[in-house]
Design a protein around this ligand. Structure first.
Ligand SMILES: O=c1ccn([C@H]2C[C@H](O)[C@@H](CO)O2)c(=O)[nH]1
Ligand SMILES: [Zn+2]
Length: 135
């Protein structure tokens, strides 16, 4: 499954919309029930509105009713395995579980296998809230 996810991330990368950075990224997310959701980065003239590949895949899956994620692969044409940005790490903490596998890769076949918890240890999380808290 790791190889399939990386392959799908590479294919999704081809669909990136990157007129500003010219840096396409692809992601592929495996749900607990065996479905794969892909994502690419989608940039915007208002730079901060850019959606990274990882978040595209996660938001697609959540919007289709999926809540449990086993693994996510991310790929880009980097020297070593691609490194997700802080925003994506926080979104992974929110929507995945600490043990969700993360396969970071590049086009040369380098793969770093890690987990959501290792990518952002100690991040604020909804389990940290007290009963009844709303904000
Ligand atoms: O893990 C990453 C790193 C960067 N990007 C995107 C954001 C922006 O479009 C471009 C340059 O940072 O790459 C991703 O999609 N995922
Ligand atoms: Zn990101």
């Amino acid at each position: 499954m790791k190889d399939r996810l990386i392959k799908e991330a590479i294919a999704a990368r081809e669909r990136a919309y990157v007129p500003y950075s010219g840096f396409p990224v692809g992601a592929a997310l495996l749900t607990e029930d065996g479905k794969v959701f892909t994502g690419c980065n989608v940039e915007n003239a208002s730079y901060g509105l850019t959606n990274c590949a990882e978040r595209t895949a996660l938001f697609k899956a959540v919007s289709e009713g999926k809540k449990k994620f086993v693994a996510i692969a991310v790929t880009a044409d980097t020297k070593g395995p691609v490194s997700p940005c802080g925003a994506c790490r926080q979104v992974m903490v929110e929507l995945c579980t600490p043990g969700t596998k993360v396969y970071l890769s590049n086009l040369n076949g380098d793969v770093k296998e890690t987990t959501v918890e290792k990518l952002l240890p100690g991040a604020f999380h909804k389990e940290d809230l007290n009963e009844g808290d709303r904000f």
